[in-house]
Design a protein around this ligand. Structure first.
Ligand SMILES: Cc1cc2nc3c(=O)[nH]c(=O)nc-3n(C[C@H](O)[C@H](O)[C@H](O)COP(=O)(O)OP(=O)(O)OC[C@H]3O[C@@H](n4cnc5c(N)ncnc54)[C@H](O)[C@@H]3O)c2cc1C
Length: 334
């Protein structure tokens, strides 16, 4: 029987870091993830993008952060069930849950930590009639490796962080970057908006606002995007790639049917310990919601840290938990 102290659903950054914090309390973790590789959004959506707001790292590539987290948790010997989706949650005893995967694997633990992030990744697609025809032959909704676009012409659509960030990064790599956005104002970080404006002034990005892509064409591969600007007649713009970056539609998947309090596609938690309405079940990282919630890796790490303290008391109500610094006790001294 696969039994751990904490069963973590999701091997994103928050799920991985939970193993570390739990390990310090000598709690054993098992992780299940529907993806084949750990890392969650970091490896699935933006592995080659630098992250700038991880304390102590002025800049770190998303995939490197995953590698570091795996190294950091290795001493605690977590076990993994990868490539299987947690499908159902059942309380089998007073202090024991069973999670069953889509492949029938049964995982048992007194504590379940849901770190399911956005759930399954569903990109928001623009309503262009023949868009499916060009997927993978000129249209990408997720940029995994910017090198793919080296010396190519790209048209990026969107007005949020993803569109802004990739326009900035690709302006150094692609032969041509055209950014089209429906409005004149952007939803992304002010700093990124300023950078894009600056690059546009210097001719490194062609910025077209009050515009949208309304058609696509090409023989066997994408060759042009039809752009409608300011209500003027549509014109074709030659390109190698069209990158509609409108974000991901959150889909909680099976987690939504487990009897948890759900609000706006996220699990409601008590910020005291990130517990849900089901005793022994916690939700941390992007998957949870509470007043003031920020979907940041840093916040997920904090939530995981507080959560394991509560999990320990739930598993061992009689035992006293004494708090120690890692600088004093080391990693194996706990
Ligand atoms: C383009 C982009 C740039 C970003 N930049 C930054 C940044 O600079 N700084 C920052 O702090 N944050 C950034 N973020 C946000 C950051 O990536 C998320 O906050 C973070 O990934 C959340 O981690 P998580 O572990 O909670 O969830 P995720 O990374 O989403 O991982 C969740 C995992 O759970 C798995 N899962 C879900 N449901 C199930 C199930 N039923 N069974 C099994 N597995 C399941 C998924 O497969 C996934 O692997 C960015 C996000 C994007 C998209």
């Amino acid at each position: 029987m696969n039994r751990s102290d904490i069963l973590i659903i999701g091997a994103g950054p928050v799920g991985l870091f939970t193993v570390f914090e739990a390990g310090l309390l000598k709690l054993k973790c098992h992780i299940v993830d529907s993806l084949a590789q750990p890392g969650g959004q970091l490896n699935e959506i933006y592995p080659k993008k630098p992250i700038y707001d991880i304390p102590g790292y002025p800049s770190i590539l998303a995939s490197d952060l995953t590698t570091n987290l795996l190294e950091q948790i290795a001493p605690f010997k977590p076990t993994f069930t990868m490539g299987e989706r947690a499908e159902s949650l059942t309380k089998v005893e007073d202090n024991l849950y069973r999670v069953t995967t889509n492949k029938g694997t049964e995982l048992y633990a007194p504590v379940v930590a849901i770190a399911g992030g956005l759930g399954s990744f569903e990109p928001r697609k623009p309503p262009i009639e023949n868009i499916a025809q060009y997927e993978d032959i000129g249209i990408d909704y997720i940029i995994r490796d910017p090198e793919k676009y080296r010396n190519k012409r790209v048209v990026i659509a969107g007005g949020g962080d993803s569109a802004l960030d990739w326009s900035i990064i690709l302006s150094d790599i692609a032969a041509e970057v055209v950014m089209i956005h429906r409005r004149t104002s952007f939803r992304g970080a002010l700093d990124s908006v300023e950078k894009v404006m600056h690059l546009a002034e210097n001719g490194k990005i062609q910025l077209i606002t009050n515009a949208q892509a309304v058609g696509l064409g090409g023989e066997g591969k994408l060759e042009f995007v039809a752009i409608e600007e300011d209500g003027k007649p549509t014109y074709p713009h030659k390109t190698d790639y069209f990158l509609p970056l409108f974000g991901l539609a959150p889909k909680l998947g099976p987690i939504a049917d487990w009897g948890l309090d759900i609000e706006d596609n996220a699990v409601k938690v008590d910020t005291f310990d990130y517990s849900t309405n089901l005793r022994g079940v916690y939700a941390i990282g992007d998957v949870n919601t509470y007043p003031g919630k920020l979907k940041l890796i840093l916040c997920g790490f904090h939530e995981a840290t507080l959560m394991v303290q509560s999990a320990f008391k739930h598993i061992y109500p009689e035992q006293k938990l004494s708090f120690k610094y890692t600088t004093v006790a080391g990693v194996n001294g706990f």
